[in-house]
Design a protein around this ligand. Structure first.
Ligand SMILES: [Fe+2]
Length: 386
């Protein structure tokens, strides 16, 4: 019983600081401020653990009741942690029991080991090489996740429409260009009608020259559409960045940040709206009347936190990224951190948000090349009329 209570208290303690971490990383605060918060959170996580460990050694007891009786603060912190632990476990069980949306007709995954295929080390920096040594690190893999989605509002002309969703490339120079070229190859192999790129394309100026080899080689029958994410702000000259992305390769990409573009496919209209909030303005001035009537409405949103903004628009499909699936998913538990006001609820996967089907991509890379139980994702969608 004593051990169980300690475990629940630990879950409550760690879980509550994960909540703080997730919420601070969901804001548009400057990077410096968020990094300071990160350090404070680490101290807040470790301090009570050291405190109770030191008390346990000096009192020669590991009884949670004895240590709680040390003082009012100890009593309050331990029992509050146990209460929060029970709450987090209950919420986790409820989440695990949730079934996928009815409109998800099928889901399949195939995995490519890009590093093995290329036959050489794809990690370029010492930090990346060090992280690669962590057992079960999957940051060199490419998961091709194929989904069939049934929509009753889908125009007959769009039955079988193929959409490829890519997110969070994070071109930092830590992973070789050849890895991302392999991602593009797999995307093009799907022969998509549309390609949607939902932000965090490029982090480092040094990788600007990769734009043509990566984004410029994406091939889609009716266009490649993109929005920016928070990491794209690391490129100071945003106008130059947008220009380079628009002119990438032979076909270029269409920027839909804070606006709505339409394409005609087989005589039916598909609208593509972009939301880059809260990091880039634009979407706040959009209204339902910005969208054409009688169309399939798609939303590209960097963060799934924009679902409340999206609800009045009744988009048919929402494509988001930003959360990277939490990057580290503990076996049976799942991810514990994601930069979202919803915590890990929308870390990755498929969800029904009122009338909208939402897919949150695990993305392709990140600030740190570490992924456990969370392989980088190429999302391939085929839409079916139901
Ligand atoms: Fe990202």
């Amino acid at each position: 019983m004593n051990l169980l209570l300690w475990i629940i208290a630990f879950i409550g303690h760690l879980g509550s600081w994960c909540v703080v971490y997730n919420r601070t990383h969901a804001t548009s605060w400057p990077r410096k401020t968020r990094k300071r918060c990160e350090k404070l959170i680490i101290v807040a996580v470790l301090l009570p653990m050291f405190w109770f460990a030191a008390r346990a050694i000096s009192r020669r007891t590991i009884s949670i009741w004895d240590l709680a009786s040390e003082g009012k603060a100890e009593w309050l912190y331990l029992y509050l942690s146990v209460g929060l632990g029970v709450f987090f476990i209950g919420r986790w069980i409820r989440r695990k029991l949730q079934s996928p949306p009815d409109s998800l007709l099928s889901a399949q995954q195939s995995i490519i080991d890009a590093q093995r295929e290329l036959g050489r080390n794809i990690y370029l920096t010492s930090l990346a090489k060090l992280l690669k040594r962590i057992p079960f690190n999957q940051s060199h893999l490419i998961a091709i996740d194929s989904f069939e989605v049934g929509l009753d509002r889908l125009p007959h002309e769009l039955d079988g429409l193929k959409i490829c969703h890519l997110s969070d490339f994070h071109l930092t120079g830590q992973i070789d260009l050849a890895y991302f070229e392999r991602v593009v190859e797999e995307t093009n192999r799907f022969e998509p009608d549309l390609i949607l790129v939902t932000g965090d394309l490029i982090d480092e100026l040094d990788c600007l020259d990769w734009i043509d080899s990566v984004f410029g080689q994406l091939k889609s029958k009716h266009g490649t559409f993109f929005i920016r994410g928070n990491h794209d702000l690391r490129i100071a000259d945003q106008e130059m960045l947008l220009q380079r992305l628009r002119n990438a390769g032979p076909n270029g990409m269409v920027w839909v940040g804070g606006k709505c573009e339409s394409v005609s496919i087989n005589g039916a209209t598909v609208s593509l709206t972009g939301n880059e909030l809260p990091w880039h303005s634009g979407a706040e001035s959009l209204g339902r009347d910005s969208l054409p009537d009688n169309a399939l409405h798609l939303l590209l949103s960097h963060s799934p936190d924009q679902i409340d903004w999206a609800k009045p628009f009744e988009f048919d499909l929402i494509f988001a990224g930003h959360n990277h699936g939490g990057q580290i998913a503990i076996p049976f538990v799942g991810p514990i951190v994601a930069p979202s006001k919803f915590g890990v609820l929308y870390a990755s996967g498929n969800f029904q948000i009122e009338k909208s089907f939402m897919h949150v991509s695990r993305g392709l890379s990140g600030d740190e090349c570490i992924r456990i139980n969370c392989p980088p994702e190429v999302g391939c969608f085929t839409l079916r009329k139901t």
